[in-house]
Design a protein around this ligand. Structure first.
Ligand SMILES: [Zn+2]
Length: 300
C-alpha cells in the first residue's frame, strides 16, 4: 500500500494536471469501486470544476467548486492515469496499464473532462474506491474522523505525537506506528525505517520506551518521510508518481528490503522478522529488545 510520501507524490502530480478541468462524464464497472448514488453523481459531479487536490494520511481528495469532493483510496493496487492529446501521466501501482491503451480490464472508473482529457482509475485487485462526498461530510467519514495527526504538518508537535503513542501503552511500537488513529500515513516501509533510525526494536511495548526514545523516534519519522517526499516516494510495490517517474526512496532505505545486507550503522546483518503481522526488517544489534543500545558496557 502506498504510504504518505507516495500518495502525496501522486497528489502533487495530479495537482499540475486537473485543476480547473470540468467533469463531463463518468463511467464505472463495479459499485464497489464507485459506491455513489447516481442522482448525486448527476447533480454534484457532472459539470463540476476541479478546484483543488488534497490528502489526509493515505487518502487522496479531488475538491470540486461546488463544495463536493471525490475521496480516493488507492489501497493495494489502485492507480490513476491521466491522458490528454499531448500527455500521458500516471501514478500509483505500476502495472502495464500505466503504458498500455486504456480503458483495459483493470479500469474501473473513467472520468472524462470537458476538454476531452481523461482520468482513469485502474485497480487490479479492486480494494480501492472513489466516493463522492459533500465537503462538510468528509470530516465525519470514520476513516478520516478517526485519523491521527499529519506527521509533516507544522501544527503537529512532537509532544502531541508522543502523547498519542503513549496511550497505546501495552501495544508494540511498530503496531502503534501502523495504527492510522495514532499518526496518519505511516505504513510498513516508514515504520521499519524510522524504528531502525531511532534504535528501537519494533516489538517493544510502548510503556517500556523512554521519553527520549519517543522524541528521537518522532524526529526520525519526520526525517524519513521528508527524505522520501524529496525522492518522489519509494519504489516499493513499484509505485510511480503522477508523471510516470519512479520514486527513488528505496535506494536510500536503511533496513527495508535489505535482509542479509550489512547494517549501515554497525555492519551486523539485517534480518527479517514478523511483527504486527507484517514482514519487518531490523538490525538486532542497533535495535535490541532491552533498549540499552546506547548504554556502553565494559571498557568499550
Ligand atoms: Zn546495526
Amino acid at each position: 500500500m502506498p504510504e504518505l510520501p507516495e500518495v502525496e507524490t501522486v497528489r502533487r502530480g495530479l495537482d499540475d494536471l486537473i485543476i480547473d478541468k470540468v467533469v463531463a462524464q463518468v463511467s464505472f464497472t463495479h459499485a464497489k469501486q464507485f459506491p455513489n448514488d447516481p442522482q448525486a453523481v448527476k447533480n454534484f459531479l457532472i459539470g463540476a470544476r476541479v478546484r483543488a487536490t488534497g490528502r489526509r494520511g493515505k487518502v487522496l481528495f479531488i475538491h470540486l467548486d461546488n463544495d463536493y469532493s471525490l475521496v480516493i483510496h488507492l489501497k493495494m493496487t489502485g492507480q490513476l492515469v491521466y491522458i490528454d492529446d499531448s500527455a500521458r501521466w500516471g501514478g500509483g501501482h505500476p502495472s502495464d496499464s500505466l503504458v498500455q491503451s486504456l480503458p483495459d480490464k483493470s479500469t474501473h472508473v473513467t472520468i472524462t473532462f470537458r476538454d476531452g482529457s481523461r482520468l482513469y482509475y485502474n485497480d487490479q485487485r479492486r480494494f480501492g474506491w472513489i466516493k463522492l462526498y459533500s465537503d462538510p461530510e468528509i470530516q465525519s467519514i470514520p476513516l478520516i474522523a478517526g485519523m491521527g495527526p499529519e506527521p509533516l504538518s507544522k501544527l503537529t508537535t512532537a509532544e502531541d505525537v508522543m502523547q498519542r503513542i503513549r496511550r497505546k501503552k501495552n501495544s508494540g511500537i511498530k503496531a502503534t506506528l501502523l495504527d492510522q488513529s495514532v499518526i496518519a500515513g505511516i505504513g510498513n516501509i516508514y515504520a521499519d525505517e524510522s524504528l531502525w533510525a531511532a534504535g528501537i526494536h519494533p516489538e517493544r511495548r510502548v510503556f517500556t520506551l523512554k521519553d527520549a526514545e519517543l522524541k528521537t523516534l518522532h524526529k526520525e519519522i519526520v526525517q524519513v518521510l521528508r527524505l522520501s517526499l524529496d525522492k518522489g516516494g519509494s519504489t516499493d510495490k513499484n509505485y510511480v508518481n503522477a508523471r510516470g517517474q519512479r520514486g527513488s526512496y528505496i535506494d536510500f532505505a536503511r533496513v527495508f528490503r535489505r535482509e542479509g545486507a550489512p547494517c549501515k550503522r554497525c555492519k551486523n546483518e539485517i534480518i527479517k522478522i514478523r511483527v504486527a503481522g507484517r514482514g519487518t526488517h531490523i538490525c538486532a544489534v542497533c535495535q535490541p529488545m532491552s533498549g540499552t543500545k546506547r548504554v556502553r558496557k565494559g571498557r568499550g
